[in-house]
Design a protein around this ligand. Structure first.
Ligand code: ITT
Length: 196
């Protein structure tokens, strides 16, 4: 079994990634390591920077995951600034910004960065889920903006879904499937012998 350390301070994210790992025989081990975050509009850059920093300390195979909510009517704000927006104005603040706005289209994007001792570069895996912003919060599961995000093809918000159901269609689930596929194709016994 491949073991990947995970640098994150978000328990909801850790739980989802551990579950995702269990579907693919990948053990996800949470790390209590301060995540160094850089300000950038690009999630790819933010996660690459965090992965390199965490790797310089740990020097073991690890992932970091960065995500953001992109709202069309707000010119795709808050995007890479979602964590800050969640901590400051929160769900209520976002709903207020969208009061009376008809266009509720939005998407979540996730970028997983993988760094490992015998990888010559940081690998990035991306997942996106499209949906709409609800007019009021619904549901108590999940975390962050889950109570106001209704994924395409569903009547429920993410917060009204079981973790498995969210994982099957979420941005994070999709990025993780890319990672798992890459590992299946590239993680030969020789390359990943020390990844356990
Ligand atoms: P890290 O320690 O892993 O960085 P974080 O919470 O700061 O944890 P991000 O920067 O990746 O993580 O997340 C940005 C914000 O986007 C986060 O605070 C959530 O509010 C929101 N978010 C990300 N993924 C989400 C999801 O699956 N459902 C709901 N909200 C999500």
């Amino acid at each position: 079994m491949v073991r990947l350390y995970l640098a994150s301070r978000n328990p909801g994210k850790v739980s989802e990634l551990r579950k995702l790992g269990s579907y693919f025989g990948i053990e996800i081990v949470p790390l209590d390591l301060p995540k160094v975050e850089v300000q950038s509009e690009s999630l790819e850059y933010v996660s690459l920077f965090s992965a390199v920093n965490a790797f310089l300390t740990l020097r073991k195979p690890l992932i970091v995951e960065d995500s953001g909510l992109y709202i069309e009517a707000l010119n795709f704000f808050p995007g890479a600034y979602s964590s800050f927006v969640y901590r400051t104005i929160g769900i209520r603040g976002v709903l207020k910004l969208l009061e009376g706005v008809e266009n509720r289209q939005a998407y979540f994007k996730s970028v997983i960065a993988l760094a490992a001792p015998n990888l010559p570069e940081v690998k990035l895996f991306t997942g996106v889920v499209y949906g709409v912003i609800a007019t009021e919060p619904r549901g108590s599961r999940g975390f962050g903006f889950d109570p106001i995000f209704i994924p395409e093809g569903s009547a429920k918000t993410f917060a009204e879904m079981e973790e498995d159901e969210k994982n099957r269609i979420s941005h994070r689930g999709r990025a993780f499937m890319e990672l798992a596929g890459w590992l299946a194709d590239n993680c030969s016994k020789v390359m990943c012998y020390s990844w356990t």
